[in-house]
Design a protein around this ligand. Structure first.
Ligand code: PLP
Length: 466
């Protein structure tokens, strides 16, 4: 038990106790089954981070191959961010988001309006990605109603997508769990994802993307355009397995939404802040969404903060109907200390040219990963910027995926972890290191993947079709 009577400096010495046991007894690890914690992978309690490296409570070092959870883009251990946050906390930490704002939130909103494409100029702050998505869908619905279309409440999302775990955001998330949480938000439908490797339409190349875009229009028409509020998608998919659509896909979606009076939401919660080699992934497509969501890399994880940025044309209705406000309030939106964390993070981005670095080193990462195609389990290698995956198959001919809960994937995870690499290996293996990663470190993580695959393939031949 924490001794609340001791002076704070002494209380911080948690390591005097068995922190690992304490964590097993009291911390609810968000999405690990008990068997993973107690019997298989175990639980790491991390104590320190620097650049791309994390140290656990046993002093073992790990390479952070997924930037926490696509979050720590500027790298761990940035004292500069901590110092700026400390200064702000002692000056002013909080004012009500319901009626006021503060200097750092204002500066950050201004910066984001400059960094985002086109006239995305108005920022609604929140505490993370799910809240940013909740905010986006509520804005879409309310704006449609205020424009005179109260029946436009439906949302079109894409199969395989992840948009968060609060109830509304989870309703858009494709793998939503009906058994525990249904019924979900009414009016959500899911359409096929652009996926050239395993197209739902049996098509290859750009034709697969174009068909996926046409399907969105079909779905709008099928639902009745007068009932559809918005379409939401990540410019470059994450949960669906990192597919980089062709220019035509997003340009078609922009055009389809415009023709049908539907708002287009781009979820940049993972894509944003340099991950794909541009500040925002949608920049590659030369279009401007009506609403953009962001979180994670916005502060590189130094503080919980999310944002929903809308075009002038979306906010204008609140200037016209000037006695109406958004039916939405998040107590911690625009928190001064979190805003300072984001501002200082973005200053580091500019000074160290982290976005350009992501493009340059991402090309190197992809080139090195290409060599792993020689493995029988590697069906595809995809990526852009410092964001890449290996897609595992039981047969290169049929492209049948290896199941996420197979012994092959379990073994692979174990090998990777034993060799000191942290990442996510499900149907695909993710490579998303902090943007400060070096070429030597990239070589090291590719070698770990290579060696681990060799072991898993040798020990689990049953994973492959004869
Ligand atoms: C694309 C996308 N949107 C939204 C979210 C939800 O973000 P958070 O976990 O910060 O609520 C995530 C989380 O991984 C995400 O990947």
């Amino acid at each position: 038990m924490v001794d609340l009577k001791s002076p704070p400096a002494e209380r911080l010495g948690v390591s005097q106790r068995d922190v690992h046991q304490d964590a097993m007894d009291h911390v609810w690890i968000h999405s690990q089954p008990w068997a993973e914690l107690a019997e298989r992978q175990g639980l790491h309690v991390f104590e320190r981070g620097e650049g791309t490296t994390l140290w656990d409570s046993n002093g073992k070092a790990y390479f952070d191959g997924i930037s926490g959870l696509w979050v720590v883009n500027a790298g761990h251990g940035r004292a500069e961010i901590g110092e700026a946050m400390g200064k702000q906390a002692s000056k002013l930490a909080y004012v009500s988001a319901a009626s006021f704002t503060n200097g750092p939130a204002t500066e950050l909103a201004h910066t984001l309006s400059e960094l985002t494409p086109g006239d995305l100029n108005r920022v609604y702050f929140s505490s993370g990605g799910s809240e940013a998505v909740e905010t986006a869908i509520k804005i879409a619905k309310q704006v449609q109603a205020m424009r005179g279309f109260p029946r436009r409440y439906k949302v079109i999302a894409r199969r395989g997508s992840y948009h968060g775990m609060t109830h509304g955001a989870m309703s858009l998330t494709a793998q939503r769990n009906e058994t525990y949480f249904g019924p979900f938000m009414y009016g959500v439908s899911h359409v096929p994802h652009p996926n050239r490797y395993r197209s739902d339409f049996g098509l290859e190349g750009e034709a697969a993307d174009i068909m996926a875009a046409k399907y969105v229009e079909q779905e709008i028409e099928n639902q009745g355009p007068e009932t559809v509020a918005c379409v939401i998608g990540e410019p470059i998919s994450s949960a669906a397995g990192l597919h980089v659509p062709s220019l035509a896909y997003w340009q078609m979606l922009r055009d389809i939404c415009d023709r049908h009076g539907v708002l287009l939401i781009c979820d940049e919660v993972i894509n944003g802040f340099g991950r794909t080699g541009t500040m925002f992934a949608i920049e590659k497509y030369g279009i401007v969404p009506d609403i953009m969501t962001m979180a994670k890399g916005l502060s590189s994880g130094y503080a919980p903060i999310g944002a929903t940025v809308v075009r002038d044309s979306v906010y204008d209705i609140f200037k016209e109907q000037k006695d109406v406000s958004m039916g939405h309030l998040l107590t911690f939106g625009g928190h001064a200390v979190a805003s300072v964390a984001a501002i200082t993070n973005l200053q580091i981005f500019a000074r160290e040219r982290l976005v350009e670095r992501s493009a340059e080193l991402g090309a190197y990462l992809l080139g090195q990963l290409e060599q792993l195609r020689a493995h029988r389990s590697v069906g595809d290698v995809r990526g852009v910027g410092l964001y890449a995956v290996l897609d595992f198959v039981s047969s290169k001919e049929t492209r049948k995926p290896i199941a996420k809960d197979s012994e092959f994937i379990r073994r692979l995870n174990q090998e990777i972890s034993d060799r000191g690499l942290l990442t996510r290996v499900w149907g695909v293996m993710h490579f998303a290191p902090p943007l400060v990663v070096t070429r030597e470190e990239i070589d090291r993580i590719v070698t770990i993947a290579d060696e681990s695959l060799t072991v898993a393939e040798r020990e689990h031949p049953e994973a492959f079709d004869a």
